[in-house]
Design a protein around this ligand. Structure first.
Ligand SMILES: [Fe+2]
Length: 169
């Protein structure tokens, strides 16, 4: 069955919106649990703010096409979602699993925006290109922040564990 490019674009907008809603859940859950990793907590808090703006950009694009975000909570994350779920299992290395998962998740989002931009172009829908480029830049910044936090977070985890202190989150 052939679909017109406008429908393909609308589906991509809805999927990306569902992705951002999952992002918010994942980050808020971590923020609630984090106790001993203030740098990670701060990075997540800042990115939650950005993610709300990203969600709004997608809602505006949908609204401009007389569409609204899907109310069905699509699980579009697949294996990344499984990886994220690992971080919710209480474990001594919870912080490490979340660190890896955050890194993976932000890179997943970069790909999602790159794809969305290509679909918008194919559909001749250039109206929101610059706002999605802005979202993609924010994902890139958060991906590199997640990368840069990997070593200090791991070192702190090792230090706390070696000192017999609470190190898991
Ligand atoms: Fe993100």
């Amino acid at each position: 069955m052939a679909l017109d490019t406008r429908s393909i674009y609308i589906t991509a907008l809805k999927n990306t919106h569902a992705l951002e809603m999952q992002a918010l859940q994942i980050m808020e859950r971590q923020i609630e649990r984090l106790e001993r990793y203030p740098e990670m907590e701060e990075a997540l808090r800042r990115h939650v703010e950005e993610t709300h703006a990203q969600r709004q950009r997608l809602e505006e694009a949908l609204g401009s096409l007389s569409e609204s975000p899907s109310t069905i909570k699509e699980g579009i994350l697949g294996f990344v979602g499984n990886m994220m779920a690992l971080g919710h299992t209480p474990a001594q290395d919870e912080i490490l699993k979340n660190t890896y998962a955050n890194h993976a998740f932000e890179n997943f989002e970069i790909a999602a925006y790159e794809s969305l931009l290509a679909i918008a172009e194919a559909a001749g829908q250039g109206g929101h290109t610059s706002s999605f480029q802005q979202s993609r830049r924010e994902e890139q910044a958060m991906a590199s922040r997640a990368h840069d936090l990997t070593r200090p977070t791991t070192r702190r985890s090792v230090e706390l564990t070696a000192a017999g202190e609470k190190a898991d989150r």
